[in-house]
Design a binder for this molecule. Structure first.
Ligand code: NAD
Length: 507
C-alpha cells in the first residue's frame, strides 16, 4: 500500500488534520502545525494542527461529563461497545499495521502484530466486562454483611510513547472502557497519524453507541498538553508510557495531587544463555529481541549474558546472523529491520557507541549509519564488560552487549545489577536453572522467561516492570483493578448496633 492509500483507507487524509478528537465537539485545535515524518525517507507524510492547553482542558471537562453517564452503563453493555471496537480493528488490521510501519518505522508484520494486540486486549476486556467481581468477607459482627465492590474510577489520562503507537493505548483503553471510565489520550508527537487513525475508528463506535466523550484525543507537546493532562485533578489515573525521566516527572506531578499513576518506563533487558542451552533457539530469540523494531522496544534484548562454554560459538552465530539482516523500507515484506524514529535516535546511538569505545568495548559488527535518506543504522554487536556505565543505560537503538558469565548465580547477579527491571530471559535445558531464574532469588524483573526471548509478551499476563521501569502493570491478569476504585461495604441487617473490635461506647 502506498502512503496515500493507507491514509485514505483509514479516513485521515487532508491538507491539515485536526489534532483533537472524541469529546472535542465545538472545540477546535488552534495550536501550531506539526508534521508527521516518515522515518524511512525523512519526508513529511501529513500536517496536523496541534491543540493548546486550554483546548486540552476543555476536552478533559467533556470526558469528565461523559464519565457521569458511562459509569452507570452496565459492565456487559460496556463490553459490547468494546467488542465492536475489536471487530472494527479486525477490519482495519492491514491498513493500520501499514500506517504503524509508515509512521513509526517498524516492519509491517510487527505493525500488524501491534493491531492484533489491540484486538486481543479488546477480546480480553469483553470477557472481563462480566467478571468485575469483588469479595464477600466474613464479618466479625452478627447479622452483618461485609463486601468489597469495584466501581468506575473517572477520567483516565493515557500518555503513550512513539514505539508502540497504537497497542499501548489499547491496553489502557479497552480496560478503562469496560471498567466504566472515560479517557483522554495524549500520544507521542512522533506518531500523531496512528493516533488519529485509531480515534477515527473510535468515533464511529461512539457515534453508534451514543457514547461521545468516552475516547478522546489531544495531540500536542508533552510540556503543555501533556502537563495539562497529568496535572488535572479530574483525572484520577494517569497511565504513562515512555522514558524513565518522563515517568519520574509524571510520578511527581500526579503524586503531589495524590492521584494514581501507572508508569511503564525504560528497560535494559538481559537474556542469559547457559552452556546447556539449545543455541539455535537462543540465537533466533536474540536476533528477534535485539533487531526487531530496530531495538526500539521497551523489552528489546540489550544484554546477552553468555556462559563461558558457549560464548565463542554464540558470538560467531550472532555475527553471521547480523550479516543477514535485511534493512530497508518497513513496508517491504522482505525487510527485517526498518529505520530509527528520527535523527535524535541516530545521534543517541552513535554517541553511545563513542562511549562504548571509551569504556573498552569492542564492536564485533555494525556500528555505523547507513547513507541515504531516512534514519537507518546497522544493528550492532559489542563485546564489553558488564560493569561499564554505558551498559547500565537504556540506549533506544539496536546495540547488543555481549557479556561473559561464569554460571547461573553470576548471570542472575548481572541480570539484576542495572537500575531498570522490565524483562529478562534465560535459555537452558536444566529445569532447576529455569526454576531458580524465575524464583524469589532469581531475576528481579517484572517479566522473567525461560526458553523464550525478552520481547513479545502476551496480553493475558500483567505487563510491566520494577525499579526504574516504574512498577506499573497493564493488560491482563488483575491489572483492571487499577482502573477502578475499591469500596468496602458493611451492611447491618440486625436490630442492634454492635461496634467492631467489641468496643463498648456508652452502653
Ligand atoms: P518519551 O519519554 O520521550 O515520551 C513519552 C510520552 O511522554 C510522549 O507522549 C511525550 O510527549 C510525553 N511527555 C513528555 N513530557 C511530558 C510531560 N511533561 N507531561 C506529560 N507527558 C509528557 O518516550 P519515547 O521516546 O516516546 O519512548 C521511548 C521510551 O519509552 C523508552 O524509554 C522505552 O523503554 C519506553 N517504553 C516503555 C514501555 C513499557 O511498557 N515499560 C513501553 C514502550 C516504551
Amino acid at each position: 500500500m502506498d502512503p496515500q492509500t493507507i491514509l485514505e483507507t483509514l479516513g485521515i487524509s487532508g491538507e491539515v488534520l485536526e489534532g483533537l478528537g472524541g469529546a472535542s465537539g465545538p472545540v477546535r485545535a488552534s495550536g501550531a502545525i506539526m508534521e508527521s515524518i516518515n522515518p524511512s525517507t525523512g519526508e513529511a507524510i501529513a500536517k496536523i494542527r496541534t491543540c493548546t492547553s486550554e483546548e486540552a482542558d476543555a476536552v478533559i471537562g467533556r470526558a469528565h461529563d461523559t464519565f457521569q453517564t458511562w459509569r452507570a452503563v452496565p459492565g456487559p453493555a460496556r463490553g459490547e461497545l468494546v467488542r465492536e471496537l475489536g471487530n472494527a480493528l479486525r477490519e482495519k488490521k492491514t491498513a493500520l499495521g501499514a500506517l504503524v510501519a509508515l509512521e513509526m518505522g517498524k516492519i509491517q508484520a510487527e505493525g500488524e502484530g501491534e493491531v492484533q494486540e489491540m484486538i486481543d486486549i479488546c477480546d480480553f476486556a469483553v470477557g472481563l466486562s462480566r467478571q468485575l467481581y469483588g469479595l464477600t468477607i466474613a464479618s466479625e459482627r452478627p447479622f452483618h454483611h461485609l463486601t468489597e465492590r469495584w466501581h468506575p474510577l473517572g477520567v483516565v489520562g493515557i500518555v503513550s510513547a512513539f514505539n508502540f503507537p497504537v497497542a499501548v493505548w489499547a491496553w489502557n483503553a479497552a480496560l478503562a472502557a469496560v471498567c466504566g471510565d472515560s479517557m483522554v489520550w495524549k500520544p507521542s508527537s512522533e506518531t500523531p497519524l496512528c493516533a488519529l487513525a485509531v480515534q477515527k475508528i473510535c468515533d464511529e463506535i461512539m457515534e453508534k453507541h451514543d457514547a461521545w466523550g468516552l475516547f478522546n484525543l489531544v495531540i500536542g507537546p508533552g510540556r503543555s498538553v501533556g502537563e495539562t493532562l497529568i496535572s488535572d485533578p479530574r483525572v484520577p489515573l494517569v497511565s504513562a508510557t515512555g522514558s524513565t525521566p518522563m515517568g519520574q516527572h509524571v510520578g511527581e506531578v500526579v503524586g503531589r495531587r495524590l492521584g494514581r499513576a501507572i508508569l511503564e518506563l525504560g528497560g535494559n533487558n538481559a537474556l542469559t544463555v547457559l552452556d546447556d542451552a539449545d543455541l539455535g533457539m537462543a540465537a533466533r530469540a536474540i536476533v528477534f529481541g535485539a533487531v526487531g523494531t530496530a531495538g526500539q522496544r521497551c523489552t528489546s534484548t540489550r544484554r546477552i549474558l553468555m556462559q563461558k562454554g558457549i560464548a565463542g560459538a554464540l558470538c560467531e552465530t550472532l555475527v553471521a546472523a547480523y550479516g543477514q539482516v535485511r534493512i530497508g523500507n518497513p513496508l517491504d515484506p522482505k525487510t527485517l529491520m526498518g529505520p530509527l524514529i528520527n535523527q535524535g535516535g541516530v545521534d543517541e546511538m552513535m554517541s553511545a557507541l563513542v562511549k562504548v569505545k571509551e569504556q573498552g568495548g569492542e564492536i564485533l559488527c555494525g556500528g555505523k549509519t547507513i547513507d541515504g535518506p531516512g534514519f537507518f543504522v546497522e544493528p550492532t554487536l559489542v563485546k564489553i564488560a558488564h560493569d561499564c556505565p554505558i551498559v547500565h543505560d537504556e540506549t533506544f537503538a539496536p546495540i547488543l552487549y555481549l557479556i561473559e558469565v561464569d554460571d547461573l548465580d553470576h548471570a542472575i547477579a548481572i541480570n539484576n545489577e542495572v537500575p531498570q527491571g522490565l524483562s529478562s530471559s534465560i535459555f537452558t535445558t536444566n529445569y532447576l536453572a529455569g526454576e531458580t531464574f524465575t524464583s524469589a532469588v532469581g531475576s528481579d524483573c517484572g517479566i522473567a522467561n525461560v526458553n523464550a526471548g525478552t520481547s513479545g509478551a502476551e496480553i493475558g499476563g500483567a505487563f510491566g516492570g520494577e525499579k526504574e521501569t516504574g512498577g506499573g502493570r497493564e493488560a491482563g491478569s488483575d491489572s483492571w483493578k487499577l482502573y477502578m476504585r475499591r469500596q468496602t461495604c458493611t451492611q447491618n441487617y440486625s436490630k442492634e448496633l454492635p461496634l467492631a473490635q467489641g468496643i463498648s461506647f456508652g452502653d
